[in-house]
Design a protein around this ligand. Structure first.
Ligand code: NAD
Length: 353
């Protein structure tokens, strides 16, 4: 019998296809805007300048200082530029960091956003903003944070370096894995999660062999949309809690942390929710955690937290922080089992199931 559920479709426009970045100006105009501020990180400043040029009179310029974890001082500097230029919209070109800056501006101004993602992080389809101030990361949710238009153009991901392609892909897959057993899952979120995992299961091995494979780039970006969408619509559990702890308190890199933890957190929950994790078992092997570990090894992903600069002594404090506040997870959580799980992830041990 179909279990009871609540479903809310996203209000965002999704535009997908190679070359679709050429339609950016049309979408700015469809939003009723004509003065877009183009955002990027310093690393992608040239691409942002080219996009601004493409927009011509629809662009008021480029702000290329987006940074990881959306620091509030960078947002405040961008807000000055918004005021000076009279910008009526933002166009964010880049990964989760640039999307985060666009969301932070929209949160303060309600300006419409067009996002052109160039990684698989998925932030562009969530109504969630994480920002940092004084070393503390806080998270807010709201309708004004969800970008109005997302243009997925796989051509823009061809230059994503292979190590980041792999870790960003596993980061996206983690959203889908947790969506499968989310308490508030619905039939649509489960379909999207399974489809997203399937897209990455095919695309990542192809990209590991040839990062310029256009079809695989397209499949991976399609997977990123699906996995990001479920991150934005259903609740996450143990995996995201641990990654948030490690990134927030120990400054471990975002995508790598997700990539390393995924087989362990899925393995931890696999015995409790085998039915819900069946799509993972079908794609990666009967023991989902071990299957994901073998998959990540095959595509050359990092597999041990010790390689991220985390010391073994940090694991005690990480276990404390990750278990100090109760939160829902299919398998009940206690400090000892989380400490053991972190040890396995630190050592890079293959999960048993
Ligand atoms: P990122 O945006 O920090 O990008 C990392 C680096 O790669 C940057 O220098 C960027 O300019 C560069 N880069 C991006 N795309 C490239 C490309 N195609 N070619 C070459 N270089 C490229 O990394 P990320 O993993 O996409 O985002 C991580 C951030 O996003 C974190 O702060 C995380 O908290 C946030 N995030 C938020 C949500 C949400 O829903 N709020 C979801 C996922 C991630």
């Amino acid at each position: 019998m179909t279990r009871a559920f609540t479903y809310r479709g996203s209000a965002a426009h999704i535009v997908f296809g190679a070359g679709k970045r050429a339609e950016t100006g049309d979408w700015v105009e469809k939003l009723g805007c004509g003065k877009a501020l183009v955002l990027s990180t310093p690393h992608q400043a040239d691409d942002a300048a080219a996009l601004s040029e493409q927009l011509g009179g629809l662009s008021v310029g480029v702000f290329a200082k987006a940074a990881m974890h959306t620091p509030v001082d960078v947002t405040e500097e961008a807000m000055e530029v918004v005021k000076q230029t009279g910008a009526d919209s933002v166009v964010a070109l880049g990964g989760g960091s640039t999307t985060g800056l666009g969301k932070a501006i929209a949160y303060r101004t309600d300006l419409p956003q067009v996002v052109i993602p160039t990684t698989y992080a998925g932030s562009e389809v969530t109504p969630i903003l994480g920002q940092t101030e004084g070393g503390r990361k806080t998270t807010v949710r709201g309708d004004s944070i969800l970008p109005e238009v997302v243009i997925y153009d796989p051509d823009l991901t061809t230059g994503l370096p292979l190590p980041m392609t792999i870790t960003s892909g596993l980061n996206a897959m983690a959203h889908a894995a947790e969506a499968l057993y989310a308490q508030d899952r619905n039939p649509v979120s489960s379909l999207m999660a399974a489809e997203g995992l399937g897209a990455f299961s095919e695309a990542l091995p192809l990209l590991a062999a040839d990062p310029a494979d256009a079809e695989a780039r397209s499949a991976a970006l399609y997977g990123a949309w699906l996995c990001g969408t479920v991150l934005g619509t259903v609740g996450m559990a143990l995996h995201h809690k641990i990654c948030h702890t490690l990134g927030g308190s120990f400054d471990t890199p975002h995508a790598e942390t997700h990539a390393i933890m995924l087989p362990h957190t899925v393995g931890f929950n696999a015995g409790t929710v085998p039915d819900q994790l069946e799509p993972v078992a079908k794609l990666f092997g009967a023991t989902p955690g071990a299957g994901l570990f073998d998959f990540s090894e095959r595509i050359g992903a990092p597999q041990a937290l010790k390689d991220l600069g985390l010391s073994e002594a940090d694991l005690d404090r990480a276990a404390d922080i990750a278990t100090e506040n109760p939160y829902w997870n299919p398998r009940p959580i206690d400090r000892e089992s989380i400490r053991n799980l972190l040890q396995d992830a630190w050592d890079g041990t293959r999960p048993a199931i």
